[in-house]
Design a protein around this ligand. Structure first.
Ligand code: ARG
Length: 600
């Protein structure tokens, strides 16, 4: 029976029967949505008290060996579970969505029909991968998000905390793009504050234009360290520095010339390093760019609210009522501070971007700062204040190079490459076969760092471990790259099967091994993995998915053969499945900001 013309339906992709469209689902991007809808329809047809949507919300992934499960008690219906289960099972006949239903205590377990599952998933993966859009969804269509991440301080060290912000932030930017949002990725540099007065003071004594141009980040840091040492014994250093910064705040052009150059050179250098990390920003701005207007407005408004007190000429905001302590808004000499700049900066960003949401990826060490800052915006009755979110993360312990503590991003990148290169050299034969050993080892090294960083929940501290990072065994970055390379080599190794026929002529029904089904089903779950990550802001779910897929593939290699399979039709179907698996593994890696390698 054709559905009534008014009811929206899913298109009859892949020759599956047409189903009603459940709101919030997107079968054209996630074909498992159709299979879930088919299950929900069975349930709601058999139990008329349940709407299709209600039934749909009860369809969950099953435990091992089961595709989907419905826990009947969750519907809170009057009838007993056994009666409900019997209603669903009685009169069941398999169709192209569902091949069997079993009843076990409170649960109904559903097994999907393998041939149509294979065909539907592989076709979808194949066609959407052509535009790199498998795994995407449209939930953010028409919405704009600003994501601020990395945000190092010029002239101070780029510590591992900034690296974590960079890695997690890049992932979030990719994730929101994949979910249809318009994303503005922003690097909010710590390019303002008394430390620049310190550097200006130190630069007169220790600075060198040549050294600055050669390596601005290291040189400015050196100067900063030196001048801080002087300040320990000579109190005049701090006051000279303070008056320098005051002149900068007052916009004195002569005090700003040098600073401008330091900033520009540092950004150039950082851009190079971000490029190595496969990270990009739409906007570089910084604390220096926050205008006085917004800050002054905010301070005045807080005064009107009776929340500000004067202490020796400095202004303090009292947030004790909300258990957020007291915080300085303005120093004695009238210069602004970090918190005030964040307040003014957020106001400016809203006026400029009119975002629907803004995320700050900042270490959990700044939880209090972010809470104070968000609280103040809501006290200012800014309606968009509630759309701000702090995505925090724990500390990285023990990341140092073999020479000592790391303070610079380029050292981390270099060390990762070296560690990997040494590892690869251990296998001389393989090493010789690599075309660009340095490039490859750097890429694998960076993958190792990223995977170690994103493998667990963000909030956990973790111990960085070079040995683990470089290992090709276990759930490591190198292992993941290796899995991708192996999948990529399969076409090169089977030229006689290429080019593959068009998808409609590939016999996916020949994929009968349980190992193949496991891979195909996993591929089908990827769009859900992306959606879950969007809810939790956790990269770890995507990392887990990538490893599950890599493991499933490695268990299939020796059973589901391509080379050596005599039935050519079968070999082609298998090759196609592996190529689809490569596309999805690659998509998951790219989402994690990793560049998947084709050869190593
Ligand atoms: N530059 C700061 C730091 O290194 C991080 C900035 C975080 N972002 C912000 N809007 N406060 O500590």
């Amino acid at each position: 029976i054709p559905p009534s013309s008014s009811a929206p339906t899913t298109s009859s992709l892949f020759d599956l029967p047409v189903l009603p469209l459940v709101p919030g689902t997107e079968p054209s991007k996630c074909v498992l949505d159709s299979f879930r809808t088919a299950i929900a329809k069975r349930v709601s047809d058999a139990i008329p008290e349940l709407s299709l949507e209600q039934a749909y919300s009860g369809v969950d992934y099953g435990k091992k060996g089961v595709d989907f499960t419905v826990a009947l008690p969750r519907f809170r219906l009057k009838e007993k579970v056994d009666v409900l289960a019997k209603k669903v099972i009685d009169g069941f006949t398999p169709d192209s969505y569902i091949s069997s239903i079993t009843h076990d205590k409170n649960f109904l377990h559903f097994t999907l029909t393998t041939p149509s599952l294979n065909s539907a998933i592989l076709n979808q993966v194949h066609s959407l991968s052509l535009t790199d859009s498998y795994g995407t969804n449209s939930s953010g269509a028409g919405k704009k998000i600003v994501i601020e991440y990395s945000s190092p301080n010029i002239a101070k060290s780029f510590h591992v905390g900034h690296l974590r912000s960079t890695i997690i932030g890049a992932f979030l930017a990719n994730l929101y793009k994949a979910s249809g949002w318009e994303v503005v990725s922003m690097n909010y540099l710590g390019d303002w504050g008394t430390q620049f007065g310190m550097i200006a003071t130190g630069f007169e004594k220790y600075g060198s234009q040549t050294a600055l141009e050669a390596d601005p980040i290291h040189h400015l840091f050196e100067v900063y360290v030196q001048v801080n040492k002087d300040a320990e014994t000579d109190p005049s250093v701090k006051s000279t520095a303070a008056s320098w910064f005051k002149r900068m705040e007052d916009g004195d052009p002569s005090a700003l010339t040098q600073w401008r150059q330091w900033r520009a050179l540092s950004i150039n250098k950082y851009e190079e390093e971000y490029e190595r990390l496969n990270v990009k920003f739409d906007v570089y701005n910084g604390e220096s760019e926050v205008g006085k207007e917004g800050m002054e407005w905010a301070v005045e408004k807080l005064e009107e609210l009776g929340l500000v007190s004067d202490v020796d000429g400095a202004k303090l905001v009292d947030l004790e009522k909300w258990k957020l302590g007291k915080a300085v808004l303005r120093k004695k000499d009238g210069t602004s501070i970090y918190l005030t700049r964040d307040i003014g900066g957020a106001i400016e960003r809203y006026n400029k971007y009119k975002f629907d949401k803004m995320i700050y990826v900042v270490s959990s060490q700044q939880d209090l700062h972010l809470s104070q800052f968000f609280k103040i915006l809501s006290l200012l009755s800014l309606p968009w204040a509630s759309t701000l979110e702090h995505v925090n993360y724990g500390m990285v312990l023990g990341m140092s190079t073999r020479k000592g503590t790391v303070v610079f991003l380029d050292q981390i990148i270099k060390e990762a490459g070296n560690v990997m290169l040494e590892q690869m050299m251990k296998n001389e034969e393989k090493y010789k076969a690599v075309e660009d050993p340095e490039g490859v080892s750097r890429e694998i090294g960076i993958t190792g760092i990223k995977i170690q960083d994103m493998a667990a929940k963000r909030i956990n501290n973790y111990n960085f471990n070079w040995d683990r990072m470089k290992s090709f065994e276990g759930d490591t970055g190198p292992y993941l790259q290796y899995a991708h390379v192996r999948l990529s080599s399969i076409s090169r190794k089977n030229p006689s099967l290429l080019p593959l026929p068009p998808p409609s002529l590939i016999s996916t029904s020949l994929l009968t091994e349980p190992q193949a089904r496991e891979i195909v089903f996993l591929l089908g779950t990827y769009p859900d993995v992306v959606k879950t990550a969007l809810k939790t802001h956790e990269p770890s779910g995507v990392v887990t998915f990538a490893f599950k897929l890599a493991h499933a593939i490695s268990s299939a290699w020796d059973v589901v053969l391509v080379k050596g399979e005599e039935d050519e039709e079968k070999a082609k179907a298998r090759l196609w499945m592996y190529l689809c698996a490569r596309d999805v593994l690659g998509a998951a890696m790219r989402l994690l900001s990793i560049r998947p390698l084709e050869r190593m």
